[in-house]
Ligand binder design. Sequence first.
Ligand SMILES: [Fe+2]
Length: 193
Amino acid sequence: MNKLELVRTKVQELYHSKNPHRDEWSDWLYKNHVLLVAKNAHELAEKYGASEELCEIAALLHDIADIEMARAIAGHEERSLAIAKELMLEAGYTDGEIALVVDDAIRYHSCHGEERPKSKEGLILATADSLAHLQTDFYIYAAWSFGKTISLDELKNWVLKKIERDLNNKISFEDEREAARPDYEMIKELFSR
Ligand SMILES: [Fe+2]
């Protein structure tokens, strides 16, 4: 098995291990989000000339703490970085590859405020993640999951802020942004009612 296959297999095993502390939509996220982000990242890497392997690895590992904890719990992002590093080391990736994937692409893929990944692989991960939010029923499941603990107004506010970050901060390629714009507009209209 090559390094990429090792990581794919390990990630699948971890999601399928059904840790009791994982969030209730963790299984949905693996099947419908993580694997789709990986597919998007691979295709974008081909299209925009980046490492297909590292883009796919970054996508497979970008939310990896979902295997053992809910996203709302403090430390989720740091835990994802630690698990990602561990799995890449185990698979035999170099320090340079790990630094690019973990300390740049995964660390900055959420594009909060002015933060952006520096590498093309990081920009591709952020774009791939955003497209998987806007072009699927991700926000329906997110609203169902997060909506249990917050008011409807808080939920709408959360979605409306997150879709702005998805469209405007996370997508670095103009074609991809325009392709996602109708989906963004639909979600925005729905959650503005
Ligand atoms: Fe994600």
